[in-house]
Design a protein around this ligand. Structure first.
Ligand SMILES: NC(=O)c1ccc[n+]([C@@H]2O[C@H](COP(=O)([O-])OP(=O)(O)OC[C@H]3O[C@@H](n4cnc5c(N)ncnc54)[C@H](OP(=O)(O)O)[C@@H]3O)[C@@H](O)[C@H]2O)c1
Length: 292
């Protein structure tokens, strides 16, 4: 049996959809906090089990009989995230899971600029030492985060952030999900770390140039001093904690932590990955259709 944690999230749902195309529904277990969030999958025949990363007993029950497990990383950060992720690995070990697939981040380390990297390095180590087969997906930033980063630039062409000239190897979350589903279904998979990236890395100036090409308006990226950006974000209604997390991402990008480009995902998919150019053209077309 294959279980997917975070199955109500964007990545988890996409993995479920690929698995449903490739294996019998009876083999699939979706692990969620709130089964109401999986109504799209009602009637597909998958099992839905309820568990919370903070409740080890619920994880034990959810992982019973599971051979392959996708561990979707915590949505928190810091000590809370570390605790949640350690709970998942410990329950997987107790339940005799044979193969765990974990969604990590690019460049995890003891002292990364990106806070998430510290959680991931700990979880990766615990998984490696636990004795199960493992596949680690060190994901770059999702392409689907581009609209969040560029804000109103799709209308006015102006991108404001504090990522300097740092580049990001944006990768499609759908491609990641397909790659994960392939690995979950390979009986021989395991003990591998995949650097999961798009085929090129883009600075925000590059993103502005792509926008300009597709949108036929003048576009530019302005690197905003952090204090000013923080104030703007808070004034726009973002809680301070989230604003600080966002600035930390900018620092991490500036430090080059998301710039790595690797062909590994393309090999796993056996086809070309979605490019940032194609993705941007597609969302601009959709926004024009919706506006019209
Ligand atoms: N590479 C990137 O650019 C990037 C960007 C954002 C996030 N991430 C990481 O990648 C993960 C997956 O991405 P995504 O887009 O699928 O995120 P998402 O849509 O926010 O989904 C997160 C999933 O985790 C579940 N979850 C959160 N806290 C939980 C808990 N205490 N117990 C059980 N389940 C819990 C959520 O359940 P509910 O539906 O009940 O909340 C949801 O199913 C995220 O959790 C985050 O660690 C990566």
């Amino acid at each position: 049996m294959i279980a997917i944690t975070g199955a109500s999230g964007n990545l988890g749902k996409a993995v479920l959809s690929f698995l449903l195309q490739k294996t019998q529904a009876a083999n699939i277990v979706a692990v969620v906090r709130d089964p109401q969030k999986l109504t799209d999958f009602a009637g597909t025949g998958i099992q839905i089990r309820k568990a919370d990363y903070n409740d080890p007993e619920s994880l034990d029950t959810a992982f019973r009989g599971v051979e392959q497990l996708l561990q979707v990383s915590s949505a928190n950060y810091g000590e809370q995230a570390i605790r949640e992720e350690q709970n998942v690995v410990a329950a997987a070990v107790r339940q005799g899971v044979g193969h765990i697939v974990y969604t990590s981040t690019l460049n995890p380390s003891e002292s990364p600029v990106f806070w998430g990297g510290q959680t991931c390095v700990r979880t990766e180590k615990t998984i490696r030492e636990a004795g199960m087969r493992y596949s680690v997906f060190r994901n770059s930033m999702y392409m689907e985060t581009i609209p969040l980063f560029i804000g109103s630039a799709m209308e006015d062409g102006q991108i404001y952030f504090s990522a300097g000239n740092g580049a990001i190897s944006f990768v499609s979350r759908i491609d990641i999900a397909e790659g994960i589903s392939n690995v979950l279904l390979q009986p021989e998979a395991g003990n591998r770390v995949y650097e999961v990236t798009g085929e090129k890395a883009f600075t925000f100036a590059d993103v502005a140039a792509l926008l300009e090409k597709n949108k036929k308006i003048s576009c530019a990226y302005t690197d905003v001093p952090q204090e000013i950006l923080k104030e703007e974000l808070i004034n726009a209604g973002l809680p301070e904690e989230e604003a600080v997390f966002y600035l930390n991402m900018g620092d991490s990008i500036k430090a080059g932590e998301f710039a790595l480009v690797s062909p590994q995902l393309e090999k796993l998919l056996g086809k070309k990955r979605l490019t940032a150019e194609a993705y941007l053209a597609q969302i601009l077309r959709n926004s024009e259709v919706n506006a019209g």
